[in-house]
Design a protein around this ligand. Structure first.
Ligand SMILES: NC(=O)c1ccc[n+]([C@@H]2O[C@H](COP(=O)([O-])OP(=O)(O)OC[C@H]3O[C@@H](n4cnc5c(N)ncnc54)[C@H](OP(=O)(O)O)[C@@H]3O)[C@@H](O)[C@H]2O)c1
Length: 293
């Protein structure tokens, strides 16, 4: 394997940790495990070292512009550029059934604005033919949104950043004004998360349209993975969940751009609003019940 520089956001635990492990296993030159909390990050590095994997470490909080800027400058000065960026950091609604304005803002800040901050500071140092993977969700497929105006606007091939911002503002205003409409969503649970992940998938297409330099940017549903986010429920381990993101970062053809992938490496048409691909919330709740038995 050639010597590439890779970094994974939010990788002290969960899927991000699995992705770092897989990047190391595949002998990518330099792999950065990053975390918002330094101690949790260093403990994660020590855990991988015990298994014979040696990632490097840097602090990175994707909701803190100073932190993002500091790390981007560090990578630029030390390596001159970046080859693989995996935007994995994410948070889920703490109340699955009810969304407050503050909570919606917090989730959108990390899940969407975090990726936009990473774009601002890291895209200028991406090398030609670099790869970016945005970790979305099946709850980030367009079929989660049933409002015809937003489905049409978000699936437009020439989508712009202002369309993504418009969508997020529509949601935040509806939450603030207590004006959410049930019929606008596939299901009325984890709404801030769903909206944020639909925005991540849409943003992937915006980023690809704008980026140039042969860079490829794709998003992915990593599958239902046993992590703290799912309170231990799920079908896959974090080690298994690391495989497909790394396949997208290393193995698929560079010409695959702006697409949305499933955890089994197949491509799913993100913009097809007639597909039946999204897991119901009921399945998630059943998995949690199993864990708590
Ligand atoms: N697990 C699933 O079944 C599933 C399904 C679909 C999509 N996903 C997506 O996969 C990604 C990883 O989820 P996971 O299940 O592995 O969750 P997790 O175990 O809760 O891990 C999330 C990671 O993101 C980090 N993080 C949160 N806010 C951050 C910030 N501001 N800056 C930097 N890092 C931050 C967390 O750090 P701390 O340890 O400090 O909290 C943690 O390392 C998320 O984007 C999630 O939405 C997961």
């Amino acid at each position: 394997m050639t010597s590439k520089i890779a970094l994974v956001t939010g990788s002290n635990q969960g899927i991000g940790f699995g992705i770092v492990r897989e990047l190391c296993r595949r002998n990518v030159g330099v792999v950065y495990l990053t975390s918002r909390n330094i101690q949790r990050g260093k403990e994660a590095v020590a855990k991988l070292e015990k298994d014979g994997f040696y990632p490097k470490y840097h602090q990175l909080d994707v909701s803190d512009e100073e932190s993002v800027k500091t790390f981007a400058e560090y990578v630029k000065n030390k390596y001159g550029g970046l080859d693989i960026l995996i935007n994995n950091a994410g948070v889920l609604d703490s109340d699955f059934y009810k969304v407050s304005f503050e909570e919606a803002k917090r989730i959108i800040d990390v899940n969407v604005h975090g990726i936009i901050l990473m774009q601002k500071h890291f895209f200028p140092i991406l090398r030609d033919n670099a790869r970016v993977i945005n970790v979305s969700s099946d709850w980030g497929h367009i079929t989660n949104i049933k409002n015809p105006y937003w489905v049409q606007r978000l699936t437009n091939k020439d989508i712009k950043l202002e369309d993504v911002y418009g969508f997020l503002n529509w949601f935040l205003d509806s939450v603030k004004n207590n004006a959410l409409k049930e019929e606008d969503f596939f299901e009325n649970s984890v709404l801030a998360y769903r909206v944020s992940k639909v925005a991540v998938s849409a943003l992937t297409r915006v980023q690809q349209n704008d980026v140039g330099k042969g860079i490829s940017i794709n998003s992915l549903n990593p599958g239902f993975v046993r992590t703290n986010m799912t309170k231990g429920g799920g079908d896959m381990t974090v080690v298994e969940a690391g495989v497909t993101p790394v396949y997208l970062a290393l193995d698929i053809d560079q010409s695959v751009k702006g697409k949305y992938f499933w955890f089994d490496k197949t491509e799913v048409d993100w913009a097809d609003s007639t597909l039946d691909v999204v897991d119901t919330f009921d399945a998630f709740e059943k998995a949690l019940e199993e864990v708590n038995k």
